[in-house]
Structure formats: C-alpha cells, structure tokens
Design a protein around this ligand. Structure first.
Ligand code: GLA
Length: 386
C-alpha cells in the first residue's frame, strides 16, 4: 500500500478544501535506523534517528462523526469516512492509516470523533523511511492534542502501531512509531523493545566531520506483502523451539548451542537477531565514547547479516552498499524492513558528494534507475507546529 503517492503540482489549502481554518498543524518525521533491524518484534534493541522529512497534518474537529481526509500527494477527492463505521479491513486504500489511528484511539476508550484532515509529506513513500509511521504518528499527535488526551509519546506510538497491525493489517514492530514519536534532534534513540525504555544517544555527525547518506534505491518495499510476516513468524517459532519468550533472551554466548538444535531454515534468522542486538550495543558504546567512525564496520557487518542470514536484501541494495564502500564510505547497510528501500552510508562529509556520485554511476552501469540521495541529520520527533 502506498500511503502518500507523490505529486509535485500546487495544491488547495485547508480553507479551500474545507471552507474554514484548521485548529492547528502537527508534524511527525520519517526515520532511518542506524542499526538493529528485525530486532524490534524479537523484543531487542534498535537505534533509529528521525529525519528532517515529515508528514504534516492540519486538522479541525467535526461534531457530526465524519472523518474527512485529503493528501497533497494523492490529490484525489476528499475522502469521507463515518467514524462509527470504522472496522479493520473496511478501508481499502491509504486512508486506512489515518482512519486506523482514529479507530485505535476509540478502541482504547478515548471518546474522539470526526475531523477534517489535510495531509502533506516530504517523506519518500515506499523507500523504507517509515512514511506510514510518520502519517500515523502525525494524526495520533494531532488527535491527542485536539482532544487533550494527555497521552505519553510511547502510548501514542503503541496506538499508532495498533492502527497498523490491526486496522491496516501490517504486522510491524514498534521501532518506526517510537522513532517518529520520541526522537530528538542531534541524537539517536536507543530503544529496548521489551519494555520501551529509551535513551537519547548524541550523534554529532558534523562535529566528527562525517555525514550519513541515504540512498533510496527506488526499489519499492512493501511490508504488506507477506514476506515480513513470514520472517516474524519464523523468529517467533524459533524462540518457541528454544523455550524462550523472545529471541532477545538469547545471548551471543549461547548462540552456537542454540543454532545446533534448530531446523536449517530457522538457524540463520536466529543468528541474525542475536548478532544484530550485539551490534546495536556495540554501536551505542562507540557513540557514547565519541567514536562515530567506528560505526562504519558495524553497519557493513549488519548488511552482510541481512543479506546472508536474514536474506532480505536485493541486488540494488547490495550494489548500493558495495559501491559506497568501494568509493570510500566507512560503512553502509540497507535500513528498514528490507526487499529494497534505502541504504545508509557513513562517509567523510567532504567525500559525501563524490561517494553519492559513484554509487549513482554504478547504478547506471548496472542498468538500474538512479537512486535518490538525501543527507540524514538527526531531527525532531512528532510535534505541534502551530
Ligand atoms: C519495518 C517495521 C519495523 C521493523 C523494521 C525492521 O520498518 O515497521 O517494526 O521491524 O521493518 O527492522
């Protein structure tokens, strides 16, 4: 599902759409995950940063039970849904994301009604940068604020995840929604997915003379296609066979013995999760000690694990990683759910442009569409703009 298809032409404003002014405007960012992939639903560690790119929502409450939504990327007619009729599976297109948030709030006992929503976004969709979570979190933040619900950021993240799991039907973990709600400028969010405890870990890329390139391979990733669910089920089955509540509980020291007792198709999944959790902890230790460049080899090792053990890379992401490293990146890896999407590369700031150009040239030689390149600066989580 493509929540916010892109369209660059000028757009009607809120008053033109709805004949009145909005009560406010809220924003929630996309994210890149530095390290810790497919660890969240195994109750392990992740380390995302928020992007400066956001989904913005202007909103005004309605008292007639209608939810009206319009997006500057889709440019369709205003979609109109009856809040009381919202049930999982009832909304077939991207409007399931905002509708799912309203449904999840009501399911949690919050007496919220309809609203007029105008959405706009510069988070690339389908690029593994969490445009869906940004959309959910922007709407959740707007609703919580407008109705004075007084919910903590992590509660809103859980509601947004519930919208995606139960209403949209994608069995994602909690990383993207926590990143979009809780990230802070200049820091990565060290999240323990077991108890949702967080720590802001300073990431001063510019101070270290570094930059984080985001190379969107333009290979559309879609978490709804069943592969993500199958991987998640494989991990949960492995934990069950090992007699563990979740793979998080398996320590590196017990890995070899655990792998020996598992079916051949599950062992590599377990190896990825256990080694990936250890990579997150190592990355945090380096960041705490101000050794940002030391993240490079951790990123590249993480990619090898996604490619060889978890098997969710694709030729385009592998090429982006290999070409970036060959061009001098300190390290690179695919970020997000997998099967395409974006690659991050940690580079010397002075080399960023050349390295991006070399990756683009490698894509051209391979006959692939050119990647879209962004520079990631750790940015602010969900907030009210006005
Ligand atoms: C997607 C999901 C997350 C997480 C990542 C993989 O982004 O939404 O919950 O599982 O994939 O790390």
């Amino acid at each position: 599902m493509n929540p916010l298809p892109r369209n660059p032409a000028p757009a009607p404003d809120f008053a033109e759409l709805y004949g009145r002014a909005p009560e406010g405007e809220w924003a929630a960012p996309g994210r890149v995950n530095l390290i810790g992939e497919h660890t969240d639903y195994n109750l392990g560690f992740v380390l995302p940063i928020a992007l400066p790119q956001t989904v913005r929502v202007e909103a005004a409450r309605r008292d007639d039970g209608l939810l009206r939504v319009w997006s500057a990327q889709g440019r369709g007619p205003v979609a109109e849904l009856r809040v009381a009729d919202l049930v999982p599976g009832s909304v077939p297109d991207w409007t399931a994301y905002p509708a799912g948030v309203v449904w999840a709030l009501r399911e949690a006992g919050h007496e919220v009604g309809g609203a007029d929503l105008r959405l706009d976004s510069d988070v690339p969709s389908g690029a593994g940068l969490s445009s869906s979570a940004a959309l959910e979190c922007a709407v959740a933040t707007a609703y919580a604020d407008l109705h004075g619900l007084g919910l903590a950021a992590s509660d809103l993240a859980l509601l947004a995840q519930r919208a995606e799991n139960a209403f949209v039907g994608v069995p994602c973990g909690i990383m993207d929604q926590m990143a979009s709600m809780c990230c802070r400028p200049g820091a990565a969010l060290f999240l323990d997915s077991r108890d949702l405890s967080t720590r802001q870990v300073p990431v001063d890329l510019a101070g270290a003379g570094l930059a984080l390139l985001v190379l969107d391979t333009r290979v559309k990733h879609d978490l709804g296609d069943g592969a993500y669910a199958a991987l998640r089920a494989g991990c949960e089955r492995a934990a069950e066979l090992l007699g563990l509540p979740a793979l998080r509980s398996l320590q590196p020291v017990g890995l070899a013995a655990a792998l020996a007792g598992l079916p051949a198709e599950l062992a590599p999944l377990v190896r990825h999760v256990v080694t990936e959790n250890a990579r997150v902890e190592a990355a945090v230790a380096h960041l705490d000690a101000g050794r940002l460049a030391a993240l490079g080899p951790i990123l590249t090792a993480g990619h090898a694990s996604l490619r060889d053990d978890f098997r969710i890379s694709c030729p385009e992401t592998d090429l982006a990683v290999d070409a970036a490293v060959a061009a001098g990146a300190l390290g690179a890896r695919m970020t997000g759910g997998g099967f395409g999407g974006s690659v991050i590369a940690l580079v010397d700031a002075a080399e960023a442009e050349r390295i991006a150009a070399e990756v683009t040239a490698a894509f051209r030689s391979a006959g692939y569409a050119e990647p879209r390149t962004l520079t990631a600066v750790p940015a602010e989580g969900a907030r009210r703009l006005r």
